[in-house]
Design a protein around this ligand. Structure first.
Ligand code: CP3
Length: 345
């Protein structure tokens, strides 16, 4: 890639004096300017589908904190939306969708043209790319097929999504077909994001946690490998980051996916284990407990310093071990970012 971006360089193996930094959920309710635009848009989905507003929201954390990368403002559930699952976000309840329970619910999915329903997303990417300087990267993303499937099967957020594996034991062909359809659509969706201007791609497998082997391999790792290899075959310049949350030592299996450039680690993982076992294969990203940023101060700086020290001699991207929570004070994000940039506590 010709773009001289610290973030993209780290993904291709460069080590710099201080790592590039961006944050999961860097745009969102903890920012007053987000809440203002969100109120103006009406609903969260209206905001996602208005490319001017969504691009503005994407840029808000870059303006405030001068981060190295902007992550597209959208949601992993826009694919189920495009598949006609009646997605809505009820205040205080999180996402609600019409659950898929039968073969007949998914039989039309293969033929569904999701890209025209999602055209606003690609416009958001293009507008964001055009508004950013060369040295800032735009990250496109999608949910991993398994994580998206958990919402489609349950119709909502679950406490223990891994329990849905029971449906796989009962109806293996049905679940396999759903995952396969999502894999195919995700490849097309991400290619379109890259063509619209995304410089890198992240895949979120938030609910990989708790799946036993070999179900994890079948429903999480293999679909991600298929997506990564299809993207690399047609868009070889674009780095791919995987974020399989809560998979512990199984993260090695994700790091070994030959087409992955980066691997996000969650806050439950011992970062020294990650340094010893993952850094030979991929650029590690993240790790900081987002709840440390709520109170900030010494505990936050100490944990950030541990990560900086551990990863100082290997390619590394600073980030959280999951997204910011809404009660995070933006001042603490500013202080953390300055600290990562070597400007002291
Ligand atoms: O800043 C960014 O990270 C970019 C935008 C982004 C959002 N969601 C915006 C959002 C990204 C990358 C996501 C990913 C996402 N969405 C995941 C994977 C990562 C993770 O957090 O585990 C998942 C599982 C979802 C599904 C989802 N979207 C849920 C469960 C919820 C409701 C939870 C909540 O906090 O209300 C959402 C809504 C959502 N997505 C919000 C934002 C800013 C809150 C919407 C609002 O009320 O304004």
């Amino acid at each position: 890639m010709s773009r001289n971006s610290k973030f993209l360089n780290a993904l291709s193996g460069d080590v710099s004096a201080t790592p590039p930094v961006w944050y999961m959920r860097q745009a969102g309710r903890y920012l007053p300017e987000y809440r203002a635009l969100r109120a103006k848009a009406g609903s969260f989905l209206d905001l996602c589908f208005d490319s001017d507003l969504a691009s503005e929201v994407t840029l808000q954390p870059i303006r405030r904190f001068d981060l190295d990368a902007a992550i597209l403002f959208a949601d992993i559930l826009l694919i189920p939306h495009a598949l006609g699952r009646n997605l809505r976000f009820a205040e205080g309840e999180g996402p609600l969708l019409d659950p898929v329970t039968h073969e007949t619910d998914i039989s039309g999915f293969r033929e569904t043209d999701i890209l025209s329903d999602l055209s606003a997303v690609f416009e958001t990417v293009t507008k964001t790319r055009a508004s950013l300087p060369e040295d800032k990267a735009v990250i496109g993303f999608a949910g991993a097929p398994w994580t998206v499937a958990t919402y489609m099967l349950a119709g909502r957020s679950m406490k223990d999504p891994a329990a849905l594996r029971f449906q796989y034991y009962e109806h293996p062909a049905f679940i396999t077909e759903l995952i396969d359809i999502l894999t195919t659509h995700t490849i097309a969706y991400l290619k379109a994001q890259i063509d619209a201007g995304a410089d890198a791609i992240q895949l979120f497998d938030t609910w990989a946690a708790g799946l036993p082997w070999p179900v994890l391999d079948k429903l999480s790792i293999r679909p991600l490998e298929k997506i990564a290899s299809a993207l690399k075959a047609s868009r070889p310049e674009t780095p791919i980051i995987l974020f399989p949350k809560g998979v512990g030592e199984k993260s090695i299996e994700y790091a070994m996916i030959g087409h992955a450039d980066g691997l996000g680690i969650d806050y439950g993982m011992d970062p020294s284990w990650a340094r010893a076992n993952l850094s030979d294969h991929v650029t590690v990203q993240g790790g900081l407990d987002p709840l440390l940023v709520v109170n900030g101060g010494k505990a936050m700086f100490d944990a950030a310093e541990t990560l900086l020290k551990l990863f100082h001699d290997v390619p590394y991207v600073f980030n959280l071990g999951h997204g910011f929570v809404p009660q995070t004070p933006p001042e603490n994000v500013a202080a953390l970012t300055e600290f990562i940039r070597g400007k002291g506590r």
